[in-house]
Design a protein around this ligand. Sequence first.
Ligand SMILES: NC(=O)c1ccc[n+]([C@@H]2O[C@H](COP(=O)([O-])OP(=O)(O)OC[C@H]3O[C@@H](n4cnc5c(N)ncnc54)[C@H](O)[C@@H]3O)[C@@H](O)[C@H]2O)c1
Length: 282
Amino acid sequence: MRDFKGKTAIVTGAASGIGLGIAKALAHAGANIVLADLRPEPLEVARKAIESIGVRAIGVTIDVSDAASVAAAGQAALDEFGALHIAVNNAGVAMHATPLEQVTPEEWEWVMGVNIKGVINGIRTFVPLIRSHGQGGHVVNTGSVSSLFVREGRHQGAYAMTKYAVLALSEALEQELKGSGIGVSIVMPGGVNTAIFDSAATRPERFGGTYRRPEQEALKSAFAPGMLAPEVVGRRVLQAMQDDEFYVLTHTTERDIISERLDRIKAAFDHADQIMPAIDRS
Ligand SMILES: NC(=O)c1ccc[n+]([C@@H]2O[C@H](COP(=O)([O-])OP(=O)(O)OC[C@H]3O[C@@H](n4cnc5c(N)ncnc54)[C@H](O)[C@@H]3O)[C@@H](O)[C@H]2O)c1
């Protein structure tokens, strides 16, 4: 997609961080924006910031883990702007600094609810709306460099699991939308300077309500070197939509560790070639 002027974009998790950065970039390119977020007050601040860029913007309070809430946001986009062209399924929460055995059932429901079901609900709601007008469009899902490997020593297993799921959903969506005129991208950033380390403050009541995770908040300094500003990621995502790029990377520092993981998988295939003939198939 090259011309964003007068098009409509919905961005989830748009009150802060990467979502707001993407919303700003889209607004600078001339798109009208539906900002969707759980938190009404920062959402209104963000909406005003987008409007000051010179486009139309509405704020919709949404819980992406709730299908009905996402459907209502899609309807709000149609009611206000008549059509939807771009969907950015971005809202997400961290679950760092907790070994798998210690992640509670409520935390699993929450992190999977926001990071995985949020994207599923976005696909189910927004893709048919984009398809319906035949003018084409674009879907961006926010994964993470954690869609490609599990960072050792930071106990991010639960988070990484959800981001691997976002990668699978995105790869499937790209296949399914081939030829439809709707592009798909997955953005997989490394560290970005946002409020994500405090995301326990956004846990909805039905998953146990807001709480503190000091062990996760303390991790922010470990990620600090090389952190990008969310606006930079926003501009990168805009460029990726213009160029119809699928795998959208922002940091290259993890290239070697991810290559090593792929080499290990290749070696496992080689080993299977050798070992399988000797395995009893009766
Ligand atoms: N910050 C990073 O280093 C980094 C790196 C890679 C990927 N990401 C991903 O980027 C995305 C955005 O995170 P961020 O870093 O900008 O964090 P952030 O906390 O600044 O922004 C996330 C926004 O999502 C909203 N949100 C949380 N739960 C929600 C829900 N249930 N429904 C609707 N909105 C909800 C929050 O209110 C917040 O405004 C996430 O998917 C995250 O996993 C972040």
